[in-house]
Write a protein that binds this ligand. Sequence first.
Ligand code: FMN
Length: 186
Amino acid sequence: MDAYEALVTRVSPKELGEPAPDDATLCKIVAAALRAPDHGRLRPWRFIAIRGEGRKRLGGVLAAALNRRDPNAGAELERERQKPLRAPLVLVAAVHITPSPKIPRVEQILAAGAAAQNILLACHALGYGAVWKTGAAAYDASVKEALGLEAADEIAGFLYIGTPAAAPKAPAPLDLAGFLKVWPDE
Ligand SMILES: Cc1cc2nc3c(=O)[nH]c(=O)nc-3n(C[C@H](O)[C@H](O)[C@H](O)COP(=O)(O)O)c2cc1C
């Protein structure tokens, strides 16, 4: 698949199964992330790969965090616990913020977001599927701590990675005119 085709055909598959990329392929995918643009070369992106039983531990962390946020969560707790099992590989895309008078925090988060998008695109180009999710867990201090992140760090997303269960539908085309203007309008 050429680069432009990968850009315009990427979608978030509904269901992801085995196989996930193996360790060597994951390194190739993360290498694509490291080519994201990055003001000041701060390299703010961090990735945490969670496979196998690790996903169950992550499920426990997510459920405990939800229970703390909402002691009346009830049946939602089990749903939260099962979330990491939706794909054989969960790649946590985190942002390590370097305090800087020149590079604002938002630019460091944008660079890490661009890196995360490169992960999605590299997965797609190599025949895998990937879905970017956040939810309240991504902003929960106890989840960050359990993953070994610092309090000032951010979780940009949980990237669910595996093999699409079905051939993805072609994305619905959007009307370009709603998103692209020429200025000044003469
Ligand atoms: C920062 C970010 C966070 C997201 N979080 C969620 C989420 O928690 N739940 C969800 O269903 N979709 C989430 N999405 C959207 C999906 O990843 C996906 O892009 C969307 O369903 C549209 O599908 P498509 O990627 O096939 O166009 C998020 C996207 C971004 C960029």
